[in-house]
Write a new protein. Sequence first.
Length: 187
Amino acid sequence: MSNVRRRKYMRIPFLTIVVAASLLGCATQPAPENSYSKGVAAYKVKDYAGAREHWSKASEEGYVSALDNLGYLLYYGLGGEADQAQGIQLWRRAALLGHSEAQWHLGQAFEDGEGISQDIVEAYAWYRCAVANAEQAPEGKKVEGQIAEDARKSLTALLGKLTPDQFATAERLAKRYIEDYAKSSGA
């Protein structure tokens, strides 16, 4: 296993899929499980290999959160061999699609310099994008609130490492990323 420092925990946006009750008062029934929710279930019981398999399929089906989650498993070597480059590639895809947690993870990869060249300017820009994106989430999305808080902490810790010139460059880059990628998809 790589010497990458593991993050305390991973927040996984959980999808709640429910069939609407009819106006006549019929009981609701959960919708059939999909690849994404099967990955969530596998992750919860620490079946990381199973989560990899399900989230790989879900990412092919267009679940942006599956890109982020699969990237996490690959980056940290959970459920199989670590493949930091592939994990970063998945985070980048999800980040460009407006996924706030993937933006935060991508910032962490740039800050750590594991699997990618260390670049604290890029890290700063992605952290700022993650914060802006998560803050755009509808009121009551607890997961997005936690992502914003964690990205703010990462941003604060990084500030002291930037020179004034790096900070100016990072701010310009962050503004561009926020404009282009802060879409708060969360899905």
